[in-house]
Structure formats: structure tokens, C-alpha cells
Design a protein around this ligand. Structure first.
Ligand code: URA
Length: 233
């Protein structure tokens, strides 16, 4: 396997980014900085990126987690906060596909399949992402239509979304929103832009996948059909 594919399939980064790492002298094979772009990894080679050993992926695993608030969507955290990866009961190391904010709950996929992860994260993959939102104040129908048409979230106008108002009380509104993009903190920024800061946010769906009845903090393996679906989309 070519070195850039080896690094990408272990989930470190995309193949293109792996080439950049090699050019920057950050990849070592058997203790020496690699200077051959098209190097083919041999059985027994020790590959390191920035000093960390990259293990070849053997068994591929795919999990869907219902992320609780307070968990970081990452494999490491300088502040020592709890990590989503700690909620996956598998000795195989996994990493999250995409990101949910610290206080967002809901559906996140974790896998050790770097190729699939890179594919899913590519901007051309426009999965529907469905969220249940509790926003401050009463969101009017007009405001919901504005959110659905597109709203300026600071130098960027969001593309059309679906917004369904579910219910409200005197202080807050519950709504469902389906977006096709994944800008940083997009849903929070959209509601903030309308003057209704988000108080609670839960991702309930990603493409055909749904969180279903999975309890907070629980995960389940994706079925072979779900994995195939993600590979196909
Ligand atoms: N939009 C947000 O604002 N936060 C998330 O975590 C996901 C989508």
C-alpha cells in the first residue's frame, strides 16, 4: 500500500494531506524521515507521523453513538475532558467522523475506517443532518421561513434548510431543522442570528441513519446495510 493511502486509511488525514506531511518531513519509516513520496509500506515497517506510531487498520468497526453533553468529539483533549471515544466499548481504537459541539448531544459515528471517514467528511458529500433544537424565546413562522431560506451567520449565507416548529412555551421554542452543510456551530449561529440563542441541541439524524431509541451515552454497531449505505452515498 502506498504511504499516503496507509496514513489515510488509518484515519490520520486525507491522502492529499498525507502527501503534505511527507513533504514537511513529518513522516518517518523505520526511524528515518521519509523522502520518497510514492513509498510502498512493507510488512513490518514502523510508520510514524509526528512521532506517533500509525498502526495498520485490520478489522474495521463502525459505531453510532448518542453523545452526551460535556464530551469532546475528539480522540484527545488538552484539558482532560471526557472524550466520545471513551464511550465505545471496543479494544480497537476509533475516531469520530465529523464534530458535535461540547454541549450538543446526539448522533455521531465512530470508526477506524479512515477511507470512509475521509469520504464522508468531503464537502461534496451533502448528507442531511437533522437536529432537534430548543431555542430561547418564541420563534415565529416568519423567522422559521427566514431560517429555511438562508441566514447570514457572519460572512456566510446558509443554503436552504427545512425548519419545522414543534411547540413553544413562554420562554423557548422547540424546532426541528435539517441542514445539508456543516459549518462550524452552524445551527447555533443560525438561531443566534435570528435572536434566539440555542439552549439545547441534539442531532437526531444523519442521512438515513437515526438516533432512534439509543440512550444518551450508549452506542451500537452499524449494521452491514448501514455501512454499505454510508459507503454508497
Ligand atoms: N450545529 C451546531 O451549532 N453545533 C453542533 O454541534 C452541530 C451543528
Amino acid at each position: 500500500m502506498r504511504i499516503n493511502q496507509y496514513i489515510a486509511s488509518a484515519g490520520v488525514c486525507s491522502r492529499r494531506k498525507a502527501d503534505e506531511l511527507i513533504e514537511e518531513g513529518r513522516v518517518m519509516v523505520n526511524g528515518s524521515v521519509l523522502d520518497v513520496m510514492g513509498y510502498h509500506v512493507q510488512d513490518g515497517d514502523i510508520v510514524e507521523v509526528d512521532g506517533a506510531r500509525i498502526e495498520p487498520v485490520t478489522k474495521k468497526v463502525y459505531y453510532l453513538l448518542n453523545k452526551p453533553a460535556g464530551y469532546v468529539t475528539s480522540t484527545a483533549d488538552k484539558e482532560g475532558r471526557p472524550l466520545v471515544t471513551e464511550l465505545v466499548p471496543d479494544s480497537v481504537r476509533v475516531f469520530p467522523v465529523g464534530r458535535l459541539d461540547l454541549n450538543t448531544t446526539g448522533l455521531i459515528i465512530l470508526t477506524n475506517d479512515g477511507d470512509l471517514s475521509n469520504k464522508l467528511m468531503h464537502p461534496s458529500r451533502e448528507f442531511n443532518k437533522k437536529y432537534l433544537v430548543r431555542a430561547a424565546g418564541i420563534v415565529t413562522l416568519k423567522e422559521a421561513e427566514h431560517l429555511a431560506r438562508g441566514v447570514d451567520i457572519g460572512g456566510f449565507v446558509t443554503s436552504p434548510a427545512e425548519v419545522h416548529l414543534i411547540k413553544h412555551d413562554r420562554n423557548s421554542t422547540i424546532a426541528e431543522i435539517i441542514i445539508h452543510e456543516g459549518k462550524n456551530r452552524q445551527v447555533r449561529r443560525m438561531f443566534e442570528a435570528m435572536g434566539h440563542p440555542v439552549q439545547e441541541l441534539c442531532r437526531t439524524g444523519l442521512g438515513n441513519l437515526t438516533i432512534g431509541k439509543l440512550a444518551l451515552g450508549q452506542c451500537r454497531k452499524l449494521s452491514p446495510a448501514e455501512v454499505e449505505y454510508l459507503k454508497r452515498v
